[in-house]
Design a protein around this ligand. Structure first.
Ligand SMILES: *Cc1c(COP(=O)(O)O)cnc(C)c1O
Length: 392
């Protein structure tokens, strides 16, 4: 039998056609297709904003890592500042703070969701705290209303790492609507992808204006802007920037995926509910809970198994032809952060516990229910304490 891959992209005929058309255009790199994608992405995320509130603005970038870096710089984060974030995330999140010369300060997460705990954030704020990065883990948004309140009261810049959460809604708001800036990833396995890519979104138009300068070397005009005048226009370098721009080819690939994003979310939702009903109430199995009344972007389905069995389970599933991953082992326990931050086991017990128990199962819109049933059977076939449905 063929393997059930951990992830398969669903980039198809429409995306191929769009990229081919883009290749026939004059600009392969940043140009009008990027501008169109930015408009559509900002419009998608602006849905449900109260009337009278200005829509969000977006900037296409080369990665979510780049977006995190720019989001912090736009918040004035620099050397000696502290940036509070969660250890239950991908390393890109705290790394962005280090790029700015700041110190990541980790706080623990909620046990039932793995999301950053607003009470722990509040307790960790000091005079040095310049920013908080909330991570919308697995597709579910952190408690943005609570975090907004805390950050506003203390004058702290609030960034949302929404790499998992394009489609998410919680308490009636989407990523980018309450934070000062939100960052997105279009990396190969994310819900929409251009192989590599990202975006920065903000409700402050001036943040996107500043990031637009920073994302291309600190130049005050991009190539397409310079060319639009038909005669040569001089540009100036007004501050030290980076090379973080998105290309027209990537934007062309993203636009049809954004147009189909709701239908794909439905498929993800159905698959996640099938996993949840299979594993609900099974001894030795648990999974993070979606908060009542919220909509998860269902980016990853993670199962929590007994910590002493997790690594064996990963191996056994791999041998059974099931693609698996780990999202994530707690970041503060990586060698570099242990050394840099003086971290050790026991610092953030909830994140550590999730990191020891977690295992991600295949999830993508084109995963067939038959293949998903093979995954579920393989989980039930794992060795260890009786993993039988309660009462059966
Ligand atoms: C994927 C991911 C990133 C990094 O995204 P890139 O586009 O690869 O830079 C950051 N944070 C989280 C939570 C992610 O999952």
């Amino acid at each position: 039998m063929s393997r059930v891959e951990f992830f398969r992209h669903c980039v198809g005929a429409e995306e191929r056609q769009a990229v081919l058309e883009a290749m026939e255009g004059l600009f392969l790199t940043t140009g009008s297709i990027v501008r169109e994608f930015e408009g559509e992405f900002a419009a998608y995320l602006s849905q449900g904003l109260p009337g009278g509130e200005a829509p969000l603005s977006a900037l296409g970038l080369s990665s979510c890592t780049a977006a995190l870096h720019l989001a912090l710089l736009c918040g004035g984060v620099g050397p000696g500042d502290e940036v509070i974030t969660t250890p239950m995330t991908f390393i890109a999140t705290p790394n962005a703070a280090v790029y700015c010369g700041a110190d990541p300060v980790f706080v623990d997460v909620e046990a039932h969701t793995g999301l950053i705990d607003p009470a722990a954030v509040e307790a960790a704020i000091t005079e040095k705290t310049k920013a908080v990065i909330a991570v919308h883990l697995y597709g579910q948004m952190a408690d943005m209303r609570a975090l907004r309140r805390i950050c506003e009261a203390k004058g702290v810049w609030l960034v949302e790492d929404a790499a998992h959460a394009v489609e998410a809604i919680r308490d009636g708001v989407r990523p980018g609507q309450l934070g000062d800036a939100a960052t997105f990833s279009f990396y190969a396995t994310k819900n929409i992808t251009s192989a590599e890519g990202g975006a920065l979104v903000s409700r402050h138009a001036e943040v996107i204006e500043r990031a637009r300068v920073l994302h291309l070397h600190g130049m005050n005009k991009g190539a397409a802007d310079r060319y639009a005048k038909k005669t040569y226009v001089h540009w100036d370098m007004v501050e030290l920037g980076f090379k973080y721009n998105m290309t027209n080819l990537e934007a062309a690939m993203l636009r049809p995926q954004l147009a189909r994003i709701e239908a794909r979310l439905e498929a993800r939702e159905t698959l996640c509910r099938r996993y949840e009903s299979a594993f609900e109430g099974v001894d030795g199995l648990d999974f993070p809970r979606v908060v009542e009344g919220s909509r998860s972007a269902r980016h990853l389905f993670t199962l929590w198994v007994p910590p002493e069995q997790r690594d064996d389970d990963l191996l056994a599933l791999g041998e059974a032809g099931i693609g698996v991953a780990v999202n994530y082992r707690a970041v503060h326990l990586t060698s570099w952060y242990r050394e840099r931050g003086g971290h050790a086991r026991g610092d953030f017990p909830v994140a550590e516990s999730i990191g020891d128990r977690t295992l991600s199962l295949p999830l993508y819109p084109d995963l067939s229910h038959a293949d998903q049933d093979r995954v579920i059977e393989a989980v039930f076939a794992l060795a260890g304490p009786a993993r039988t449905r309660e009462g059966s």
